[in-house]
Design a protein around this ligand. Structure first.
Ligand code: FES
Length: 133
């Protein structure tokens, strides 16, 4: 049995739709949990999906972060709970399959490529020669 890495998805539950009191994060958690589960155990067993307070992307609601041990972390904004699920699952599969999570934006689903708020290298990557010292 292979060793698995815990992957985490954080979704802001404080974000409000622009010009509204609606907080889409809770719906996004529900929709994404169902979609990751439907994608199969190989993905679902390695991901936890949690709500979190503000991730400082408030001008681009709703925000979602991907994180795993020894992997680059990502933060995306302007995510719509009912429209962007397929792209998020595709990104989860890519992120899950990649050894360190540091990959070109050209590999992302298009919606996420245009709404990346941050890509933060892991501590291990920070010592790698791909990161300019
Ligand atoms: S309220 Fe969601 S990122 Fe700040």
């Amino acid at each position: 049995m292979g060793q698995t890495t815990e992957h985490r998805i954080f979704i802001c539950t404080s974000c409000k739709h622009n010009g509204s009191d609606c907080r889409p994060g809770v719906l996004l958690i529900k929709e994404l949990r169902a979609a990751i589960h439907a994608a199969g155990a190989a993905l679902a067993d390695d991901f936890t999906i949690s709500g979190v307070a503000c991730m400082a992307g408030c001008k681009a609601p709703c925000t979602i972060g991907f994180q795993a041990d020894k992997k680059t972390a990502y933060l995306f904004g302007d995510i719509e709970p009912t429209q962007d699920i397929d792209e998020l699952v595709a990104f989860a599969k890519l992120y899950h399959s990649h050894v360190d999570g540091w990959f070109s934006g050209s590999l992302y689903p298009e919606k996420l490529r245009h709404h990346t708020l941050a890509r933060v290298p892991s501590m291990i990557l920070a010592a790698d020669d791909r990161i300019v010292q």
